[in-house]
Design a binder for this molecule. Structure first.
Ligand code: S5P
Length: 468
């Protein structure tokens, strides 16, 4: 079967339909693609999987297994697996709540490559979700094959994540073929073309714009208009450090001791004030004194995640009165923009700053794909208060926004509760983040000063190597 015939068959079985449709995202569209119907036509399903396997031959990286994006591509991957005798993996949409709690089913070794199989791509976020699940168990992904690319940004989005998308056909080609065979009229063709151009998702940062000149912390400080980021980049520049310590300790004495000792090596100290068992307001006074003496900022990792009115009260009031002393706080974007608006009502007048949690370091977390994209948008629309992200990599090119990455140790690995560690070099050098957040790697070290120095050096060296 040739490609034209395949397109006509997909149209005939109503895998591609034209009219007025409201998509999952709420957008009105003149075209609807639903390739789930293919499972009712086994011969067509085999044809589609043959095409996908042909496209797989263009894969740049090597792979030992294939994995279909759940659910529609699962049977397609199964057809390929059986016919080509290539082992398959299955990604669970949710990890099982019992038994082995596996995210990925099937046999694999860490470091193995896997090819992604998908039916339709729009922004590429479903492919990315599957890639992230595979990555979280140590499987590498370099290529994905898709039957139909709706040309709405998936290629760029995946390219940004170092994944090459190979499509069998693009939506613009599909409409040309269908027009040629009299299945749709020219009006519909132009409607679909307009729809494609007007509904393109942009990748967080376009790879085409690279390589960009990497600015120094000093230059970024000059560009910043928010007093907190202006000060932060200045400190990073002057103290030659991109290290934030996470002082997750249970007593005021321990926290203060650690910060007194390692103050010269950090640009910011991160606290979880509610962990402290003997909290008293005097502690905050001392915390501020040490921060001033050693020239670092204070970040309360409160992770606000409620409606605007509640977060406003949590930020300003209660035992800890966080807004009185923390230069920086962070928030989840899950409640919507109200969370930023509520916090802003308290923080703006005090020149405080907020980071949005766009991605997390923990295994199986849900801050991925469209959620991350929406969080970036929320930050970009509130730059008077939101100064950056908690993320696992650089998400946007704006040099006035800061990217801070937790889950850092000198060696990759995991803890027993799902925390996943990357190295300073990976975080700063390869993923383009600005700051490493290190907790147990320092506070549980035998010699905390030696450990802090080692992280400071590793993080700063990775940054220096990026500079022209
Ligand atoms: O995704 C995240 C976000 C944060 S803020 N993953 C994280 O680990 N954190 C915080 O970073 C976490 O709450 C902890 O305070 C610190 C990491 O600590 P470590 O001991 O694992 O380095």
């Amino acid at each position: 079967m040739d490609l034209e015939k395949l397109i006509l068959e997909l149209f005939a079985v109503e895998g591609i339909k034209f009219g007025n449709y409201t998509l999952k995202s709420g957008i009105e569209a003149p075209v609807y693609v639903d390739l789930r119907v293919v499972i009712s036509y086994p011969k067509l399903m085999v044809e589609v999987s043959n095409f996908l396997w042909e496209a797989a031959k263009k894969a740049k990286g090597s792979f030992k297994t294939i994995c279909g994006v759940p659910y529609t591509a699962l049977p397609l991957a199964t057809c390929i697996s059986v016919k080509e005798n290539i082992p398959m993996l299955i990604r669970r949409k949710e990890a099982k709540g019992y038994g082995t709690k596996k995210l990925i089913e099937g046999i694999f070794n860490e470091g193995d490559g896997c090819l992604i199989i998908e039916d339709v791509c729009t922004s590429g976020s479903s492919v990315l979700d599957t890639v992230q699940a595979l990555n979280s168990v140590g499987i590498a992904v370099t290529d994905a094959v898709v039957l139909l690319d709706r040309e709405q940004g998936a290629v760029d989005m995946l390219k940004y994540e170092n994944i090459t998308l190979h499509s069998i056909c693009k939506l613009s080609h599909v409409i040309e073929v269908l027009e040629k065979h009299g299945k749709i009229d020219s009006d519909m063709v132009s409607k679909v073309k307009t729809f494609i151009t007007e509904n393109r998702f942009k990748p967080p940062s376009s790879i085409d714009q690279l390589p960009k000149k990497v600015l120094t912390y000093g230059e970024r400080s000059e560009l910043c208009t928010h007093p907190v980021t202006k000060e932060l980049f200045k400190i990073m520049h002057e103290k030659e450090t991109n290290l934030v310590v996470s002082a997750d300790l249970k007593t005021t004495k321990e926290v203060l001791q650690v910060l007194k000792k390692i103050g010269p090596h950090i640009c910011m100290a991160k606290t979880h004030i509610d962990i402290i068992e003997d909290y008293n307001p005097e502690f905050v006074t001392q915390l501020c004194e040490i921060a001033k003496k050693h020239n670092f900022l204070l970040f309360e990792d409160r992770k606000f995640a409620d409606i605007g009115n509640t977060v406003k009260l949590q930020y300003s009031s209660g035992l800890y009165r966080i807004s009185d002393w923390a230069h920086v706080i962070n928030a989840h974007s899950v409640p919507g923009e109200g969370v930023v608006k509520g916090l802003k009502e308290v923080g703006l007048v005090k020149d405080r700053a907020c980071l949005l949690i766009a991605e997390m370091s923990s295994l199986g977390n849900l801050a991925t794909g469209d959620y991350t994209v929406a969080t970036i948008k929320m930050a970009e629309e509130n730059k008077d208060f939101v100064v950056g992200f908690i993320s696992q990599k650089k998400l946007c090119d704006d040099p006035t926004l800061v990217h801070m990455t937790p889950g850092v140790k000198l060696e990759c690995g995991k803890d027993s509760l799902g925390q996943q560690y990357l190295t300073p070099d990976e975080v700063i050098g390869r993923r383009g983040s600005d700051i490493i957040i290190v907790g147990r790697g320092i506070v549980q070290a035998h010699d905390i000063v030696k450990a802090a120095k080692a992280y400071q050096q590793a993080g700063y060296l990775a940054y220096q190597q990026l500079l022209p």
